[in-house]
Design a protein around this ligand. Structure first.
Ligand code: UDP
Length: 311
């Protein structure tokens, strides 16, 4: 495989860190662009001595000029409390950010993969979600900055492709978990593990009957690599684990694995919280030969080991 110069925006985040480790391992040169709004310096210290690694502290809402062969545009907080903390900046990250990256891709004739999301389906009325489903998104709720931002980003990718022939790839990422999640991230898997380890009550929002399908990060990264390498395929393609659990089941599982004595505390359900989510991955299977291989129990064991070392 030839060595490539690969830009990873959001390279100090959860997905960015895991992707960088994989790409460095394959011998590529990685340029990490991160504004450290939700990315963590401690995630990347281990990369800094690598001559194939370059860190640029920069916010992609502003243009940047680089020489690159591929771009993975992962920059944007993915956790609801984080992206809702400054929702206007979240929209700018999604919209101005992808536009700047598309311009860079066009100038370099580089491939660009956009990290889109299952949130483009909103609170879905079609279950499981197929890529052809157009979604049920509230345009002005507390999730809209992210949902509509990511929808607009997809729109810009396709307009860029139609206008300039830009080589785009769109991954719709479903709930993902694993090492290098921020313990303060606020998402359900990290919250439950950290709470169990600290002997604190597990915070279940609502009655816990809402569902999610959790993909281990190594599986997701394999999907990214296959999508980027694919020919004559742009997506959008769902990348996620199709095995569905209720939030209450996840709480029970986490308790069993870490601390059966810990309590559960039921808190109000945040507004616009989708009631169910599960990807249809038929397209990923047929176009990329991809499907997750790591079951939730096995992924949780690895993730719990990681959190034991950081909290
Ligand atoms: N959730 C929960 N307790 C928590 C964090 C999240 O019950 O401490 C719920 C949340 O309401 C949602 C699901 O778990 O229904 C997944 O939330 P997360 O923030 O991980 O991601 P989302 O899929 O909502 O973007």
């Amino acid at each position: 495989m030839s060595k490539k110069r690969i830009l990873v925006t959001g390279g100090a985040g959860f997905l960015g860190t895991n992707l960088t480790a994989r790409l460095l391992n394959e011998g590529h040169h990685i340029i990490c662009v991160d504004n450290f709004l939700s990315g963590l310096k401690e995630h990347i210290v281990g990369f800094l001595d690598n001559p194939n690694y370059q860190l640029i502290e920069h916010d992609i809402i502003d243009p940047i000029d680089l020489e690159v062969d591929e771009i993975y545009n992962l920059a944007c907080a993915g956790s609801p409390p984080h992206y809702q903390a400054n929702p206007i900046h979240t929209t700018k990250t999604c919209v101005h950010g992808i536009l700047n990256m598309l311009e860079l891709a066009k100038k370099n004739n580089a491939r660009i993969m956009q990290a889109s999301t299952s949130e483009v389906y909103g609170d879905p009325e079609v279950h499981p979600q197929v890529e052809s489903y157009l979604g049920n998104v509230n345009p002005n709720g507390i999730r809209s900055c992210y949902d509509e931002g990511k929808r607009c980003a997809e729109s810009l990718c396709f307009d860029h492709q139609r206008m300039y022939g830009t080589n785009i790839k769109i991954a719709r990422i479903f709930n993902t978990y694993g090492p290098h999640m921020d313990p303060k991230d606020g998402r359900v898997v990290s919250n439950f593990i950290v709470q169990s380890l600290r002997d604190e009550p597990l915070t279940v929002y609502g009655d816990g009957s809402q569902t999610r399908s959790f993909c281990y990060v190594d599986d997701l990264i394999e999907g990214f690599i296959r999508l980027m390498a694919s020919e004559n395929f742009t997506g959008p393609v769902n990348l996620g684990n199709p095995v569905e659990f209720t939030v209450k089941e996840l709480a029970e599982k986490t308790l069993q694995m870490i601390n059966p004595e810990a309590q559960v505390s039921y808190l109000p359900l945040p507004s616009d919280d989708p009631t169910k989510r599960k990807p249809d991955i038929t397209l990923a299977k047929s176009k990329l030969g991809w499907e997750p291989s790591i079951a939730l129990d096995d992924g949780l064991i690895k993730t719990i080991e990681y959190f034991k070392s950081v909290v």
